[in-house]
Ligand binder design. Sequence first.
Ligand SMILES: [Zn+2]
Ligand SMILES: [Zn+2]
Ligand SMILES: [Zn+2]
Ligand SMILES: [Zn+2]
Ligand SMILES: [Zn+2]
Ligand SMILES: [Zn+2]
Length: 244
Amino acid sequence: MASRKPATRPSVRHPSHNHPLRGCKAQVEDEIICSGCDIELDGAAFKCTMSDCDYFLHMSCFELPREIRHKSHPDHPLVLLFSPPYESGGFGCNACTQDGSGYVYHCSICKYDVHVGCVSMPETMKHDEHAHTLTLLYSPPLQEGRIFNCDVCHETIPRSFWLYYCQKCDWGTHLHSCAVEEEEKPKRGGREGGESSGRGSANSELAAMLKAQREMEKMQIALDFEMQRAKIEKKSRKHMLKMI
Ligand SMILES: [Zn+2]
Ligand SMILES: [Zn+2]
Ligand SMILES: [Zn+2]
Ligand SMILES: [Zn+2]
Ligand SMILES: [Zn+2]
Ligand SMILES: [Zn+2]
């Protein structure tokens, strides 16, 4: 019975999409973006069965609950919407500060919006840049008149946005890794970024010049050495001739 089953996997329906979907396995190299969370697919996923439709979903996004209670917003439930409820077609995430255009957990009373990816961030995590376990906070620990700057990228984390924090060291960083982003967008660093990159290229030019100089010195030394050896050989030959 099992052997007569068709090779194609059965299709499934999801309320976010009009066409049936089918399970697939996505590779990072394919660079496919999930139509739900806007994050790249890696591993088990669903794809639209229509050949001309680019609708993809993470397995985890397929299974998201339609309504949740979240510690960041204790007064009201958050409802999963498959597209932002605003005319602009986008939303600003109240967790990570970034914009979104796909799935969103939404409170209609407060207009509170969180990416589905941000909602599932763990309450504690280890960070490469810090020795202690960090705790997820839903707002920077602000004392009177103090601005909280990320200890990795040094950009300000505004009030009421999420961060990972170590209380012992008063060390905190953005919800998502930020070091890479800063490298890719030197413009965001403004004056500082420009200066340092300018200095960087000047440094590398100088280094190249010094290297070339050293190469030439080496060649000169080698040449001198050759000439001296030739002289010595000549001398010693003369000397040997005398000896004979
Ligand atoms: Zn997804
Ligand atoms: Zn489709
Ligand atoms: Zn977010
Ligand atoms: Zn609310
Ligand atoms: Zn940061
Ligand atoms: Zn610490």
